[in-house]
Write a protein that binds this ligand. Structure first.
Ligand code: ADP
Ligand code: MG
Length: 347
């Protein structure tokens, strides 16, 4: 039976039945409407809840995000701090190494400046010697000739019987003339154009031959002298000149000491250099005098000539040797460094 037919009263057995059917229908309609309503409410609520949930989730997520952001910030700060620390460390290391480079360079420059100063002093000294040498060569001979004449006449007069009472005077005059002559000899040996005859030989042998003479000299002054020869290769030297040099250094050393003082002469190698040193126990050299050492006629002794050291410097120069002096209150050491023979330029 089609549903629409039930709405007609004639299709029903009784009116009650139809009424109850209609009531049911109405009720159904109302129920449907209610259901729809409820459904809408549920939907709204669901939407609301959904929104709520979304909101809450968003909030949580936002909180989480903020939390994470905070961690990231902290970490970033830490990293930045760490990076700064590392950078600082690196900068420090760099600064350290740069400072080291600066220090090295400063040291090198200072060394260079000192070397330059030494060379300038050396050149000035050599120039002085050169002038003196030229003067000496001419003047020495001129003075010596008349002196030889005077000495000859004095010797002749000395033996005259009527002048015998004055013999001691004549002796003294001749002695003084001889002393003057030896000073002129020293002076002449400063002449730069003097020919140096270099011969390859052992410095130890030369010193061993001279040693008895030095020892006798020391003993007569109540002092001592020691010779400590070391292993040393041969040197190219002029025997006479180096004998002069040794005697001058030894004499100065002995003269600087009071009684019982000891002069020590040593030989040794220093790289390729052959070295001889003269160490005394004197009271040292006044710092103000150091720069004057080697200047002709510079002396602090009452009866000194001031020629010994200038002779030594001029001899060393002809041998391409270097002289170094170390001095203090407990004594002075003069070191003479001869170069390896091959590097010597013969003049
Ligand atoms: N070993 C030394 N100790 C102290 N002073 C020295 C030494 N050697 C040289 N001198 C100083 O150098 C000066 C010059 O020496 P030198 O040229 O030999 O001349 P002199 O010995 O005739 O004085 C000396 O007067 C002395 O002042
Ligand atoms: Mg002297």
């Amino acid at each position: 039976m089609p549903a629409t037919r039930y709405y007609r009263i004639e299709d029903w057995e009784s009116i009650e039945e139809w009424k109850s059917f209609i009531d049911m229908k109405i009720e159904l309609k109302e129920l449907k409407a209610e259901r729809l309503n409820l459904q809408r409410m549920v939907n709204d609520r669901t939407n609301e809840l959904k929104q709520e949930v979304d909101k809450r989730e968003l909030k949580e997520l936002e909180e989480q995000r903020l939390g994470l952001q905070r961690i990231v910030d902290d970490r970033e700060r830490e990293l930045k701090h760490e990076a700064e620390k590392i950078e600082l460390k690196e900068l420090k290391a760099e600064r350290h190494s740069l400072q080291g480079m600066i220090d090295d360079r400063t040291k090198e420059l200072n060394h260079e400046v000192e070397k330059r100063k030494r060379i300038e002093l050396e050149v000035a000294k050599l120039e002085r010697l050169n002038v003196i040498g030229q003067l000496a060569a001419g003047l020495g001979h001129e003075v010596r000739n008349p002196m030889t004449t005077i000495r000859g006449f004095l010797q002749m007069l000395q033996n005259k019987t009527d002048l015998l009472t004055y013999k001691s005077y004549f002796d003294l005059m001749i002695e003084e003339l001889d002393r003057t002559n030896s000073i002129i000899s020293d002076f002449l040996s400063l002449a730069k154009n003097k020919q140096t005859e270099l011969k390859r030989q052992s410095l130890n042998n030369l010193l061993a031959n001279l040693f008895p003479l030095l020892l006798a000299d020391a003993y007569t002054q109540g002092k001592n002298c020691i010779f400590e020869p070391g292993d040393q290769a041969d040197v190219d030297i002029d025997t006479n000149e180096i004998t002069q040099l040794v005697l001058n250094f030894a004499r100065n050393g002995l003269e600087s000491m009071s009684k019982d003082g000891c002069l020590t002469i040593k030989t040794f190698m220093e790289g390729q250099n052959r070295v001889v040193s003269f160490k005394d126990e004197g009271m040292g050299i006044n710092p103000e005098h150091i720069s004057k050492l080697g200047t002709p006629f510079f002396t602090t002794k009452e009866s000194g000539t001031g020629l010994g050291l200038s002779m030594c410097y001029s001899i060393a120069d002809r041998h391409r040797a270097q002289i170094e002096v170390e001095t203090g209150s407990d004594g002075t050491t003069f070191l003479v460094r001869f170069p390896q023979p091959e590097s010597v330029i013969y003049s």
